[in-house]
Unconditional design. Sequence first.
Length: 464
Amino acid sequence: MARYNWWSNINRLITGKGRWIPIKIDANCRSILERLEAAGYLAFYAGGCVRDTVMGHGINDIDVTTDALPEQIMSVFSGYKVIPTGLKHGTVTVISEGVPFEITTFRIDGNYSDLRHPDIVTFSGDIRDDLSRRDFTVNAMAMDKDGNIIDPFGGISDIENRIIRCVGTPEKRFSEDALRIMRAVRFASQLGFEIENETHNALLSMKERLSGISSERIRMELDKLLCGKNAVSVLLEYRDIIGQIIPEMIPCMGFEQHSKYHKYDIYEHSVRAVGAAPEDSLILRRAMLLHDTGKPSLFSMGEDGYGHFKGHAQAGEVIAGNILRRLRYDNRTIDLTCTLITRHSDKIESERQIKRMISKLGTETFILLMEMKKADNCAKNEFVLEENILFDEYIRKAIRFEEEGCCMKLSDLAVNGNDVIALGLKGKQIGKALNELLELVMDEILPNEKSVLLDHIKAVQIHV
């Protein structure tokens, strides 16, 4: 069981599997609309769930729109768990069979003075009014319980032509909520769509408005963008947007490396390394985007005619940490990402080094680091890819060490602090003795046997 749980965890970290389970528009979903209709109201599925249904994709959540007012919605679902999510804006969440349904009254939005929420909303009885306030045509469709689609802005056509287009005037949509700029590039990445020309021009000309958007909202869109199937193309085409939200990336853009190992500038190398990481591994894709941010300030041209960036991994760790804290990532994410970045250039030349790295990092982080090195190499000149064979071998060794229960951390030792205290050691001597024993066991100089380890302590003088 321990082995299964351990491997499931590392597989989740590398591949991103298991973060959410797609839901379907099924009898439970249909019953929500039927209940509203039975009470005399109009009701439709709306937004992203309709888009994803049209595209044949899994659905992460289901939004419902209706002409029923919030208090009427709560009355219709009086026997359900009902959460008044946002009554001011006409939204109620209903939980049915464990699935949350966000139900919103048809509405017309007023001005967005905080660049996030409309100052006032006016409830409407016309579904088309509600669809007209939405961001992009592919999200401005509604569907009734029988699968009939209302599509006043050509969303289906844009899906067929793989286009992201604003509903109405792009400038108006981005003025209402500047986060839609990030959502446009995120959808282009996730769906593999192109951004329509007027929408493209508007989001670039209005990118400074992103400075008024909260870090948390930027972070959520960036994460989704990084894991999109079209992330590389979007990150390259919309580098001005990335530079707006992560100005530390700007010095990397166009910075030639003058290296026999590299064929791209620093920014393009980083982006292509993002694409080389597993598509759903957010931790690796985020680390690849930021891993070389320390390079520009440390560039030097060597006598060999090649560019060098001594200490860039450690400098990149500091820069990445500042970026991640500003974007309000949690401490565990920051620590893991920074560890990967600061160690991504570490050389490994022996099995002994592998064990020592695992001792410091843990098996899961070590394997992630090897996957990071592989993605890094995939964005360099082709001859460097030969090294990835070694990294795969190091991963196999790490897994074997784990499965065989090799001693690679203090808790694996056959002796503990109480054992060495019993021999008369005190204070710092205790930790020094245990760490020395761990080194000897990892180097296979001593077996991990209690009597042998205690005899070694007795036989040598251990001083602080």
